[in-house]
Design a protein around this ligand. Sequence first.
Ligand code: HEM
Length: 151
Amino acid sequence: MSLPTSRRTAWAYSLVVTLLAVSGVMQMPIASRYRITTVPGLAWLGDFWFTHKLHYLGAMALLALVSYLVTRWVLEWRREYALTVFGLARAGLLAALIVTGAVRVLKNLPGVSFSPEPIMLVDWTHLGLALLLGLLALARRIAKAGYVRPR
Ligand code: HEM
């Protein structure tokens, strides 16, 4: 089956999501506690502000990539292709990650404050969604299924 997206786009997606997953996990922060920083070449993972900025950079790249893919989907691809259950689940997870991520960005702005309970819910939801995205990618590999199918 010929896919609407190129190999280059698939690589860009994998790269951006890996960057977000690594920099996101380092926000918890765990690199120093679990001595990941003692591994040669990985000391930078303990620099919270650096990984924080990397996460923001990754989020910008993801928003650009998703905007490009959604635009092409709406204007061209949806006539010939449909999303599979895996495709629908991935689109839903990414949308929810972007919304919860945007709320966390808002929370980080100076002068913006939310009550602790709802913000904790958003934090945990963002983390849970990231985990689900990884599990979905694994399940799709095991099922040898695609994210899109021809109509
Ligand atoms: C594939 C996409 C993404 C993954 C896998 C991901 C993963 C993560 C993880 C694991 C955390 C740490 C969770 C925690 O502290 O409880 C985190 C934190 C965060 N994420 Fe994401 N994220 C993604 C997309 C985004 C997007 C699109 C945005 C912005 C629009 C965003 C903004 C944030 C912010 C602001 C934080 C908190 C940083 C802080 O401690 O202040 N994320 N992310």
